[in-house]
Design a protein around this ligand. Structure first.
Ligand SMILES: Cc1cc2nc3c(=O)[nH]c(=O)nc-3n(C[C@H](O)[C@H](O)[C@H](O)COP(=O)(O)O)c2cc1C
Length: 350
């Protein structure tokens, strides 16, 4: 009963207030409101149906819907853990604290597919020591995916070693377009192989590698074989797509939101065909409805993740996707989310 009320209130806030404020102020206000909302109230959004549970890289997620990398504040991560997500990803953490790029570092983007963003956030985060302290008080109500971004294999290893105790899975970000070094890794596959070998030796935690949609040839030609050879457990496809954007302080940024989705769906299908069941697969980019989440799972993703739709659709989307998936499973007489891909593959063409 309360869910539709929460949704109406959020829609009013989003359409009448957030959209009228400059982006930076809307972000600050949104985060203040989220931090101020009591956890027990947000818990009404949570999901609890065993049919939604999936296994990603050996870790059980209570739902296949993941909050993608963006937040490092433990008060926000804590709240996200009761909003129907099966796992929550942290902001990409760097060895030293970073203030991020100067504002404007986020602008709205209207595309024929719907609303998204272009950002040049530049990894604003408290750095390894500060984040370790912050994580000490974060109750692990849901699996936590800790994302890391270094500037050399050594830095990635330090980050993985320093944060693995807090992580259920570790995500290696080699794909954010906003800092030269991380992005250039995708363009230099031989460095990626050395890096992945080093992080694999550094931890026994399941490792996810987050790929860029800007390097399809490198992804398939060199990075995917390197992932398989070094024993990486899962791929997250993917990150934002780099574009020129004169409104941003850096003149370039990464597109997020629904414009990414067609490419993500095609790539998930291709990846699943190439690797079979060997790698875990997360589909990220433009997922903002239960239909898109279902399409990605049918295409072979083990889980789906989003960030932009957390803002544009509000805090109940993960729950709505969960409810719609359970309905679909009932209708198709399937036991769980993991059966959706086989169902879609074996269905006779009509
Ligand atoms: C403001 C902002 C900050 C982000 N920061 C990170 C980050 O630190 N690490 C990362 O891997 N992805 C980061 N992302 C990318 C998202 O996690 C996600 O991959 C991307 O936005 C595509 O998904 P979406 O269309 O659902 O937003 C960021 C995105 C935005 C908009």
């Amino acid at each position: 009963m309360l869910l539709p009320v929460v949704e109406r209130v959020y829609r009013l806030l989003h359409d009448r207030l957030f959209l009228r404020l400059p982006e930076a102020r809307a972000v600050r206000l949104g985060q203040i409101l989220l931090r101020a909302t009591p956890v027990p109230f947000l818990q009404i959004v949570d999901v609890d149906d065993p049919r939604l549970a999936v296994t990603l890289a050996g870790v059980r997620l209570p739902s296949p819907v993941i909050l993608s990398s963006m937040y490092y504040d433990p008060r926000i991560l804590r709240r996200a853990m009761v909003l129907g997500f099966g796992a929550v990803t942290t902001k990409s953490i760097t060895v030293s604290a970073r203030p991020g790029h100067p504002e404007p570092n986020l602008v709205r983007l209207s595309t024929p597919e719907g609303r998204g963003f272009v950002n040049c956030n530049g990894f604003q985060n408290p750095g390894l020591p500060g984040f370790r302290t912050a994580l000490q008080n974060l109750p692990r109500l849901r699996p936590l995916i800790v994302s890391v971004a270094g500037e050399s294999p050594d830095e990635y290893v330090r980050l993985v070693e320093g944060l693995e105790a807090y992580a259920d899975l570790v995500e290696i970000n080699i794909s954010s377009p906003n800092t030269r070094l991380v992005y250039e890794l995708s363009a230099a596959p031989e460095r990626v192989r050395a890096l992945l070998g080093a992080v694999r030796r550094a931890t026994t935690k399941p490792l996810i590698v987050k790929l860029s949609p800007d390097f399809p040839d490198q992804n398939h030609g060199a990075i995917l074989p390197a992932l398989l050879d070094t024993g990486i457990d899962a791929v997250n496809f993917g990150n934002t797509r780099r574009v020129a954007e004169p409104r941003l302080s850096q003149g370039v940024g990464g597109v997020s939101g629904p414009a990414l989705f067609p490419g993500v769906l095609a790539e998930i299908r291709a990846l699943r065909q190439t690797v079979g069941p060997k790698l875990g697969l997360i589909a990220t980019g433009g997922i903002d409805s239960s239909e898109k989440a279902l399409a990605a799972l049918e295409a072979g993703a083990d889980a789906v993740a989003y960030f932009s739709a957390f803002v544009t659709r509000g805090p109940t989307l993960a729950r709505r996707i969960g409810d719609a998936l359970v309905e679909t499973l009932d209708r198709r007489r399937l036991q769980g989310v993991a059966d959706l891909h086989a169902w879609a593959t074996e269905r006779p063409a009509v």
